[in-house]
Design a protein around this ligand. Sequence first.
Ligand code: AP5
Length: 243
Amino acid sequence: MRMMVLLLFLLISAPVWAKPGDGLILMGPPGSGKGTQSGFLQERYHLKAISPGDLLRAEVQAGSSLGQQAQNYMKSGQLVPDQLILQLVAGQLDQLKPGQGFLLDGFPRTKTQAEKLDHLLLQRHLSVVAVLLFEIEDQVLVERLSGRRICPNCQRSYHVNDNPPQRPGLCDSDSAMLVQRSDDQPQVISKRLEAYHQSTVPVAGYYQERGLVQTLQADQSIEQLKSEIVGLLDSVLQAKIVP
Ligand code: AP5
């Protein structure tokens, strides 16, 4: 009997994902907290996280041809050409394990990327279950990005005041020395914000028309945002499971 109760409790409390091959999109301006929440969501729902920003930084660090083509755009705060990004994302989608859900962090950022993503998903029998749109004032973002430090190994992100590591300057996960991203400089931050307003805001409209967008006020604490997202997602997922 005690075993039955325990099993029932585990079934009720365990987070369930909608169905195999379903995915999430995290959309929002630079510094709005997409990467921070992505780390948490991929663990909670066992999703494969696909972040073109992280992938591009790894390519730049490795000195690959793709990295060399991308780095000047990144350094100056511009979007990397669609064709390079789509190539990266398609490769990642092909690595999904059978039945695994996925999370797209910072993709798509242009209308072309959104349209091409539809094709990539269709070809692979995958679909998007929700788009989480992080909304926040630009002024807050400048402060957040200036104080951000990242782990060069695992890409985990911290903030010197709001989200510090347990030991100053060292990553909690692998003890690597934290660094500042080269595009987290004030002039580059304003270019990145410009690119967001110009090219990515219209993409939110693309998904709004399909009723997929869940808007979040991102100017709240990391923990508050986490629980708001879990509440939202659990109801979206529940609605998909219950006939
Ligand atoms: P990318 O790496 O994707 O950068 P981004 O979108 O500009 O987003 P960030 O990583 O800067 O911010 P975030 O929202 O993840 O915030 P985070 O959680 O770290 O892209 C970099 C570049 O690659 C682009 O500029 C472009 O050149 C290229 N690129 C990438 N994708 C592309 C695409 N699809 N098409 C074309 N080009 C592409 O948080 C920020 C800070 O705030 C941290 O310090 C964190 O600790 C702190 N923080 C987080 N949440 C909170 C909170 N709730 N309260 C207080 N502090 C918080």
